[in-house]
Design a protein around this ligand. Sequence first.
Ligand code: M6R
Length: 617
Amino acid sequence: MCGIVGYVGKAEAVPVLLDGLRRLEYRGYDSAGLVILRDGELFRRRAVGRIKNLAKLLEEQPVAGHLGICHTRWATHGGVSEANAHPHLDRSGELALVHNGVIENYRDLREELIGHGCEFRSQTDTEVLAMLVGRELDLRGETPVTKELLLGAMRKALRRVQGTYGIGVVHRQLPGMLFGARRGSPLVLGIGKGEHFLASDVAALVTHTREVVYLKDYEMVTAWEDGFEISSLAGGGCSYEINTVEFGAEEVSKGKYPHYMLKEIFEQPNSLRDTMRGRLSSEEATAILGGLNMSNSELRSVERVVLSGCGTAHHAAMVGEYLIESMAQLPTECEFASELRYRNAPMPKDTLVFVISQSGETADTLAALQECRRKGHRSLAICNNVASTIARESDGGVYMHAGPEIGVAATKSFTSQVLVLNLIALLIGRIHNLSSMQGREILKELEQLPEKVEKVLATGDAIAALARKYASCKNFLFLGRQANYPVALEGALKLKEISYLPATGHPTAELKHGIIALINEETPSVVIAPSDAVFDKNLSNIEEIRARKGPVIAVGTEGNRSLEEVADDVIWIPEAPDYLVPILATIPLQLFAYHLAVSLGCDVDKPRNLAKSVTVE
Ligand code: M6R
């Protein structure tokens, strides 16, 4: 995915655009560029690499003006080069366009435009879009270009496009006018005093305004200093709602932390409190989740639950499978969203689907949701991003309320997802098999969770030392049983995505079926071994690893001395019921991955090749 920002107002546009881009850099960081419109001229600057390269270029070749659009790119069509960096121009060079999304039929359109004499300077699908809008304007042949003419040309062009887009447009003949449109990729209008903004994410706007309009699919916006209009792609005005963003600049800055990832790890006691806030009913000994839009009798008729997501969200879904089956005794399955969308597995009529996504924009998860809804299954979302496409397209769901997550590696979103799944399991469990006493006991444990997380975070220095101790190892295994198997997968994913070290997660008992061949003195195994019903089994597995000289880092429950005797190192977590251990056990693994990657000199907030949310297949 990419990030776009637009500005029109009285202020100098470049600092506003650069500040916005920096806050969207998590969306992609292959190249960046901007266009400023001043005195009827377009001034374009583009640079390969991070935003800082664009900022440097702008110091060498400054440009002033009060209207502009900019872009940070995560390459999809065409390599990483200045020519492929946005903004792209139309044939006349009068129109500039930035784009987040994918134009699927760009090849056909490109051929057609070449036939009309367009000369392409990049390999991107975006340039096709710029040329297409320009071509529609040419066909009208009217000058000067008016707002209505450009909107008409955008409508015609966008109707021909297959795929997704969130775009920002400026035209040389329309000074003081900023245009945008969206389908499938997010776009937000920020409303200031005598100024307006466009962005892919509110994070780019909150230093300037908290008043926003989240554009819906097939909507277009025209903004100028003192006003704006929202219209539909079909033509005609649209009703809209002005929302106030709940968080401010503080929450989207690093604060005292060197990286967003570390800040977000340490935010977990509060993000978990926010996830639970107002959702625990001691009176009824259950969870209150009004957003599901389902009565107790509708919930009671659910025969089966399907959980789906990608990456970390898929790991949370895997934990959810254990939680819902054990707490609510309801058959539950978990599937990668990317698989679910293309499979045609039988799904009984009374199946309830939950898709899980921090961003709410992940293409595979959105497609899985759409497919399940098409087949008539009630499909709910567990999302963090309130205005996201997945949240909007679902039949209801539960917001995570974890606050903005900017680090590319998901941390606090995972623990909030698992917490939401606990709440869902409790709610369904209470209408099936759990007594009010059991429900109350679960609520008590949930309330104590944030304090236990604080205790885990207090061991951060010891975990940092451990990470440094193992930083020279070239390969890691992560092992866990039952609901801690997905924790092992998540620990491995965190380590590999930010440190680029091979790390794999496995069910601990699978070790002897092949994985044990990897054990040697230089391959540490991180074993999640809390004091639960399978602790003795884990202990035997640790002995098997040690017998082959493999170093073992165990994650165990405070006070369990037998673990200390067998493992090389132990990370302690507070005593907790099985359903909360996955949250407590994941946090030290996040810290371990973070400190190890930092000691290797890796850029943990912006790991190579990755972007925060993946809006392409
Ligand atoms: O926004 P989503 O939760 O839908 O994102 C899903 C995955 O792309 C995401 O969790 C990814 O695996 C993270 N980078 C992992 O840290």
